[in-house]
Structure formats: structure tokens, C-alpha cells
Design a protein around this ligand. Structure first.
Ligand code: ADP
Ligand code: MG
Length: 617
């Protein structure tokens, strides 16, 4: 009783693109099918731990490739968990995977050269078969009691057909009828080569049967094509960099080359092996803590699950890799992992090792660490904010762009390079490095030759309030409160100016009554007439705009306008007798102070009109 059903629209679109793609490395379809077969065996073994009906006969787990060079067919079979008719429909056609739409979009945007990466990223590996086949048939018998064989087939034209199947042994066989120009995938040597290249460390034997072979040539059919040794089980010194990289890309779906590889073999009280990869960069979605992430977990070579978030603190979610524990029971479930003492120990140990690796990188390969900071530095900052146990180490790993030479500088390096007599570490939070660099609040600091660290990423804004002091040196924000740089002399001059300029300060305060909470004199400025600052406890303007952009209501918090008593423009305002003119001058100066920190004047139209009027005169 065959029935024909239409694919979900997004799957149809994606298939269409895959079929017509000019992508040259179509061979990756094989890696995808083998990896699915291996996943299916992993799953069967896992389910068998708690369900006796899954694998009562304890089979020899394995994958078989059957090639027929004459008929142009290739079949990939496994004795894994199999699929029921419903599961097949779900996995291969009706329930649109969230990935397929995004995949189609990315493909259409012309990033076609990245097909393997896209396939991995969006989890649509099965459909890669249609790059080389004009028809695909899946025969499956689900493991467990009372299951019936089912068949799925499609020519990739928008519909698929479901029917009763003919498989008698549990597992799945996927048969590809190869396109005329892709028949090399039914040739023995092509297949041997591809398995060795892409699937060598698949943990189950992959055997090859070639139709029409002479009896005497058949003896090596029993020998697996792959070596099967999990990379992390091999001694560190014996694994080549290329092998790590192949594993990173093919098994972990990493993009490009990893930045660092950590091959861990922990022995003693805690026994585990791990392969961790620090990527060169991550997608935007990673910045959202809700995004699924985490390492894969194996127990003595048996796959337990991927995206195990318990294995790493959230801030390390950029890591890719696997952990293989010898101490956990085989039947450990995801729920049990949540407060398992061994998992907690592994997490602490892994975190320490990553922190150590980063500290080493910062010390020995500062250029690499700069690249790491540029790509992933926000994660370290998130760690600084959230991982209290490791705060000290994380503090040393923080980097910020500095005023002096626009480089990444850490707190230790900043402190070591402090000028003679400098008593504080200076920071400034702003939306961009450029805005920070141009802030009038830095004038006095620049004049003194002091360096300033710029906090310019969204995470920087978030952690800014946590910077109070470092190694007993206070941290002062350049746009908050008193910079503490004035000697007695300067203080006296300021007090005197406060007396003479009292009416001017009052005029400013009255004119800007609704916009600022205070007007006062400052020594912070050397070149600019005025600037906007705030109380030490207030949210930075950059943080405020970020919160507003996220739709949060932010309590109103007026700024403080500081005037430079030495500046000729301030003196001119003081001398202006015409009240209207004085009001206009104050509005202009205030608007400029806003622009100086990257915000618009409160009434841009009026500001424009005033500037035009001024130019007219
Ligand atoms: P992914 O492997 O990322 O889930 P695929 O497109 O490769 O995506 O596979 C889709 C789904 O089809 C799998 O998740 C699995 O449920 C099912 N599947 C594919 N191949 C097999 C197989 N050999 N045995 C059992 N299930 C399979
Ligand atoms: Mg897959």
C-alpha cells in the first residue's frame, strides 16, 4: 500500500538547490551517510542498555557498503536502531527541520562553496545523497518488539513514497541510484579512498562488498576499511595535526582550522580523555546563552550524547570537542548528568586546563591571543562576570583596547606600564573605540600622558560596574566623578573660578533644567568647553542604549554637565548680556557635548537652526 506524499516546502527548496548545485566535492555525501549509520548504531547500543528487546542477540555492530559498478548503485547499510515508518517520515520528509530553511537561504545567498559546512551546521546530511543520486531508497526495520519494515523512496522531485519494506534484519539500508556522471561512487577504489579520508575513526567496522567480483578477490572483503581507533584514545604524540583538523571539521562540524587543540589524558583520581578545540571564531547565535552547545560525551568509547552542557561552564560554550570518561556508568542518562559528582569534577578540571592554555597563549603567543580576544574575548568577559570560582584567573585574561596605541592590553600590563605618580587605572565605556578615543573626558588624562582602557563591546558595558580595583589599584572611569588628578593649586584655582562664574553656572543650570541634573566646573577638560559625565554608580550611556535596544525600560538618569572654566567659549557665555543669545549659546554647547560622546542633541532641528544662524552671522 504505497502512498506518495509531498515534502515540506522548505525541504523541497533545499533539495532543489542541492541537486542543482555545482559544488564539486559531492563525495561528502558518503561521509554523511556513514555518520548517520554510526549514529544509528550508537543509539541502538545506548537504548540496549535499558531495553532488553533492542539487541537481544548482541550483534556485531557494523556498516556495510555494497557497490555495483554495472548497475550504478551504492548501498550503505547498518544494523543500528532503524526507523519505523513514522520515524522515517518524520526524519526524512514531513517534519520540517528548522535547519532546512536556513540552509536553503544560505545556499541561495551564493555561499555554495560551503556546502559541507552548511550541511553540518543545519543537520541536513541525508539529503546530500541527492547530489550524486537520481533516486534514493531507504529500507529500514526498527529495533525492538513488534516493528514492521518500511520503505521510503524519492527521486528528489518534491515528493517521496512510503511503502512496506523488505528488510528482515533490524537496521537501515540506503540505496543510491547514481547519476550518470557520478558512477565513480560505485567503484571500489573511490570508496576505499573516501572512507579512509573521511570516516577512518568511525568506531564501527565499515566493510565493502563489490558486486561481480571474482571469488579469489573477495577475501579482503572481511577487512574493515577504517582503522576505528578513536582519536582521543591514541597517544598524544602520535596524532598528526591534520588528523585533529580532519576530526574537527568532519566529526565536530568545525569551520576552517581550530585555533588550538587540547588533547587531554587525565589520570589518577579522575580518569578521562578529552579532545577540545578552541575555534577561530563562532557564529552570532553563540552569544546567546540559550543557544544549545556543549561537548559530546562518551563512556569508555560508547557514545552517550552530544551538546552535554554540564561538561563546561556556560562561558566556555565556544569549545567544541569530546570527553570520554572511564568513571561514569554506561547507562548514565542526561538527567543524571545534571548533578553528577564526576561530571562536576571533569568540568572543573577541563575549565582549569582551558584557563591554563589561554594564559599560556597570552604569554607565549600574544598575537594569537589578540586574535582570540578579537573573536572570543567576550566569552572570557562573560566568564569574569559569572564564574566566580575562576575570577582571579579570568581577570588576568581580560583585554581591552587602549588609548595609547590601540592595542589589546590586560590589567597587569596596564599596571606595569603606569606613569610615574599615576595612582589609578583609567577606563572609559563607549559604544565604539572611535567614540571613546574622541571623548573630551580624556583630555586631562591625555595631557598627563596616562593610558586609558576602552570598554566597547556589549559585554564590556555589562561588566563595567564590576571594575572597582585591580591588585589594590583603584579603577576610575574617565567620565565619572572626580579623576583625583588635581593638586592643591588646581583645586584653589577651581574654587576661585566657581565664585566668579557662579552666575554663568546658574544660567546653564536654568537653561538646561529639564535635561541635566547638575552643572559644575571641572579640570577634566583642556581643549573642549564642556562635557557630559555621570555619577560613579550610574549606567554608562552605552549600556543604557543597549538596554533600550533590547526593549528594557531604563530608569531616567540625568547627566551632569561639566564646564571648562579656562575655555574662551565659556568665558564668552559669561560675558553675554543678551539673555536669548546666552540661552542659544548654552544649547549649542550642550548639543556639542552630546555629539562628542556619540549621541544626538535633544532637539536636533533646533541645534541645526542654531548652527545655521551662527554661520549666517
Ligand atoms: P542529522 O544526522 O544531523 O540528524 P540527517 O539529515 O543526516 O541529519 O539525518 C536525518 C535523520 O534521519 C537523523 O537524525 C535520523 O533520525 C534519521 N536517519 C538517517 N539515517 C539513518 C540511519 N542510517 N538509521 C537510522 N536513522 C537514520
Ligand atoms: Mg547526519
Amino acid at each position: 500500500m504505497a502512498k506518495t506524499c509531498a515534502f515540506k516546502a522548505e525541504i523541497r527548496q533545499m533539495l532543489d538547490l542541492v541537486i542543482h548545485s555545482l559544488y564539486s566535492k559531492k563525495e561528502i555525501f558518503l561521509r554523511e551517510l556513514i555518520s548517520n549509520a554510526s549514529d544509528a548504531i550508537d543509539r541502538a547500543k545506548y537504548l540496549a542498555l535499558t531495553d532488553k528487546t533492542i539487541a537481544p542477540e548482541a550483534p556485531e555492530w557494523g556498516i556495510v557498503l555494497e557497490a555495483d559498478p554495472e548497475a550504478h548503485t551504492l548501498t550503505v547499510s547498518d544494523n543500528g536502531v532503524g526507523m519505523s515508518a513514522e520515524e522515517m517520515e518524520e526524519a526524512l520528509g514531513t517534519i520540517a527541520k528548522s535547519g532546512s530553511k536556513a540552509f536553503a537561504e544560505a545556499l541561495r545567498e551564493g555561499k555554495e562553496t560551503n556546502i559541507p559546512e552548511l550541511i553540518g551546521k543545519f543537520g541536513v546530511g541525508f539529503y546530500a545523497a541527492f547530489m550524486v543520486a537520481d533516486s534514493v531508497t531507504v529500507e529500514s526495520l526498527r529495533r525492538g518488539e513488534g516493528q514492521r519494515a518500511a520503505r521510503w523512496s524519492s527521486v528528489g522531485d518534491g515528493a517521496y513514497t512510503m511503502d512496506d519494506g523488505s528488510r528482515t534484519e533490524p537496521g537501515t539500508s540506503i540505496t543510491l541510484h547514481l547519476r550518470e556522471d557520478q558512477t565513480q561512487f560505485a567503484e571500489e577504489w573511490t570508496l576505499r579512498d573516501l572512507v579512509r579520508r573521511y570516516s577512518d575513526f568511525i568506531a564501527y567496522p565499515i566493510r565493502l562488498r563489490v558486486a561481480g567480483k571474482k571469488e579469489e578477490d573477495k577475501k579482503d572483503e572481511e577487512k574493515p576499511l577504517n582503522t576505528m581507533v578513536a582519536l582521543w584514545r591514541r597517544p598524544k604524540g602520535e596524532v598528526k595535526q591534520e588528523e585533529y583538523e580532519a576530526f574537527y571539521r568532519q566529526t565536530l562540524r568545525g569551520v576552517g582550522e581550530p585555533m588550538r587543540v587540547l588533547h587531554i589524558a587525565a589520570e589518577g583520581a579522575l580518569e578521562y580523555r578529552a579532545l577540545l578545540f578552541i575555534p577561530k571564531s563562532v557564529g552570532m547565535e553563540m552569544l546567546m546563552p540559550g543557544n544549545r552547545h556543549g561537548l559530546s560525551l562518551y563512556v569508555r568509547n560508547v557514545f552517550i550524547g552530544d551538546e552535554i552542557e554540564e561538561l563546561t561552564p556556560s562561558w566556555l560554550r565556544f569549545l567544541k570537542g569530546v570527553v570520554d570518561s572511564s568513571d561514569l556508568p554506561l547507562n548514565v542518562s542526561r538527567e543524571m548528568l545534571q548533578d553528577d559528582a564526576i561530571i562536576r569534577k571533569i568540568r572543573a578540571d577541563l575549565t582549569n586546563r582551558v584557563l591554563k592554555a589561554l594564559a599560556e597563549m597570552a604569554k607565549e603567543k600574544p598575537e594569537d591571543y589578540d586574535a582570540f580576544t578579537a573573536a572570543l574575548g567576550d566569552f572570557v568577559k562573560e566568564g569574569y562576570h559569572s564564574d566566580w570560582e575562576n575570577r582571579e584567573k579570568l581577570t588576568e585574561l581580560l583585554r581591552f583596547r587602549n588609548l595609547k596605541d590601540g592595542k589589546y592590553v590586560g590589567l597587569r600590563a596596564y599596571k606595569d606600564a603606569m606613569a610615574e605618580g599615576q595612582k589609578a587605572i583609567y577606563m572609559l565605556a563607549a559604544e565604539t573605540e572611535q567614540a571613546a578615543r574622541q571623548s573630551p573626558c580624556l583630555e586631562q588624562l591625555k595631557a598627563k600622558g596616562y593610558d586609558v582602557l576602552f570598554l566597547t563591546t556589549p559585554v564590556d558595558q555589562f561588566i563595567a560596574p564590576e571594575f572597582q580595583e585591580y591588585d589594590k589599584t583603584p579603577i576610575v572611569f574617565a567620565d565619572k566623578g572626580d579623576l583625583g588628578l588635581d593638586g592643591d593649586e588646581a583645586k584653589k584655582t577651581l574654587e576661585a573660578a566657581e565664585k566668579t562664574l557662579k552666575p554663568t553656572i546658574e544660567a546653564f543650570a536654568k537653561q538646561l533644567e529639564k535635561t541635566v541634573k547638575e552643572v559644575r566646573l571641572t579640570t577634566r577638560l583642556t581643549d573642549s568647553p564642556c562635557c557630559l559625565v555621570q555619577d560613579p554608580a550610574a549606567l554608562s550611556p552605552a549600556m543604557r542604549r543597549m538596554m533600550e535596544a533590547m526593549g528594557q525600560s531604563v530608569p531616567e538618569d540625568k547627566r551632569i554637565l561639566e564646564l571648562n572654566p579656562e575655555h574662551p567659549l565659556i568665558r564668552r557665555v559669561a560675558e553675554e548680556a543678551d539673555e536669548v543669545r546666552r540661552g542659544e549659546a548654552i544649547d549649542l554647547l550642550y548639543g556639542q557635548a552630546c555629539l562628542a560622546e556619540g549621541t544626538l542633541p535633544p532637539d536636533p532641528a533646533r541645534f541645526n537652526a542654531l548652527v545655521a544662524g551662527l554661520m549666517g552671522r
